[in-house]
Design a protein. Structure first.
Length: 112
């Protein structure tokens, strides 16, 4: 559903959100605590997406609200396809950003 509205590098940013939540947040900071599962499963993907896109909107000189709304969509997409994105990003390893972007895009859009 959300994969249909994403364009360009949104898939790569969704992958980076998932990786950031999986390793520094979930593994090291929260240490897989079940008490904080609501935080890293439901809140952080959307907050990180909104934050990244607000910064991008401010840098590009576009309205910050548009960035916030688009970031929310990217955050929801990364939350909804979390396991699929994580698996795809792990398989891509050290490949180029463009190849990783395409792989995540195909994985999410094939998940309809």
């Amino acid at each position: 559903m959300f994969g249909e509205t994403l364009t360009g590098w949104d898939f790569l940013i969704a992958g980076l959100i998932v990786f950031f939540i999986e390793y520094p947040i979930k593994t090291w900071i929260c240490k897989g605590s079940e008490k904080l599962a609501w935080l890293y499963n439901k809140v952080l993907p959307v907050v990180l997406g909104v934050g990244v896109y607000i910064v991008m909107a401010l840098i590009q000189g576009t309205p910050w609200l548009n960035g916030a709304l688009h970031g929310g969509v990217v955050g929801l997409a990364s939350m909804g396809s979390y396991d699929l994105i994580l698996k795809t990003m792990k398989e891509q390893g050290n490949k180029s950003a463009k190849e990783t972007n395409e792989a995540v895009k195909k994985a999410i859009q094939g998940d309809k």
